[in-house]
Ligand binder design. Structure first.
Ligand code: MF3
Ligand code: CO
Ligand code: CO
Length: 270
């Protein structure tokens, strides 16, 4: 069952969305050659707890899995998702995907991005750009009257133009009081298929796009997902709410929201 959120629920989703977006931007500003993912994890965990929230990933334990041991997932280069933080310094030319979530007042916000470390190759730049575009195109389809398959179709169509592999083993999801709620939101699909999208639904849209094959495998740590061919992978995620008027991105900072509103007023004024 897909849970439609009440107006009060949506306000709480907005609060936790903004909170985790602030964490995301703090981490983004810290990424440079020499810093380790363990340092980034510690900053994230402290920041989340300081604001009275819970790092949702710590101890997260899907059925049959070992509990996840960190506040963030940190996945470098060929790592797709669910990477463990460690002390190895990030180096110039790497890419790093950071995924994070917080629970606050009973609701969850979930967001991820992939960032360059120092100067990266043009191929990697394109992978990051296209994956973020896939996210925005997926969000654009998240409207009352559309279906979940429309989201996957938009993501897939864009990624395939570049010959990228679309990860199939992991998907986006509904989100609310739980991090993972129905429906699953695949990053591929056919238009007009799957569940109807209704007002009040909250989704985490999260394309995971590979430079090479779409196939993945899991490392011996039981969590870290890597590409089968060892080629790079990128991941961008926002938590959004479906309003009658269209999608609202919940995982934006105050600053990012202000910028968005300024753009809207200027368009109206102009
Ligand atoms: N944040 C992931 C997602 O976007 C889930 C991570 S689960 C964890 O859905 F246990 F690895 F933290
Ligand atoms: Co996530
Ligand atoms: Co998610």
């Amino acid at each position: 069952m897909i849970i439609a959120k009440s107006r009060k629920d949506l306000d709480r989703m907005r609060e936790v969305g903004e909170l985790i977006a602030e964490v995301r931007e703090t981490l983004r500003s810290m990424i440079e050659p020499g810093i380790s993912t363990l340092e980034l994890n510690e900053v994230a965990e402290k920041m989340i707890r300081k604001r009275g929230a819970i790092p949702t990933f710590v101890g997260y334990k899907p059925y049959g899995m070992t509990p996840f041991p960190f506040a963030i997932c940190a996945s470098v280069n060929e790592q797709v998702v669910h990477g463990f933080s460690n002390k190895t310094p990030l180096k110039n030319g790497d890419i790093v995907s950071l995924d994070m979530a917080a629970t606050y007042n009973g609701f969850v916000g979930d967001t991820a991005f992939t960032a360059p470390v120092g100067e990266i190759s043009d191929d990697l730049k394109q992978l990051l750009k296209v994956t973020e575009e896939c996210l925005l195109l997926g969000i654009e389809q998240s409207r009352v009257g559309n279906k979940v398959g429309d989201i996957g179709y938009a993501v897939q169509t864009h990624a395939e133009k570049y010959g990228y592999g679309i990860v199939r083993d992991y998907t986006g999801h509904g989100i609310g009081r739980n991090m993972h709620e129905a429906p699953q939101i695949a990053n591929y699909g056919r238009p007009g298929t799957r569940e109807k999208i209704r007002a009040g639904y909250c989704f985490a849209i999260e394309p995971m796009i590979n430079m090479g094959t779409h196939e993945t495998k899991t490392l011996d740590d039981k969590w870290t997902v890597v590409t089968k061919d060892g080629k790079a992978s990128a991941h961008f995620e926002h938590t959004i709410a479906i309003l009658e008027t269209g999608p609202e991105i919940l995982t934006l900072t105050k600053e990012q929201k202000a910028k968005q509103n300024k753009g809207k007023t200027e368009k109206v004024a102009g």
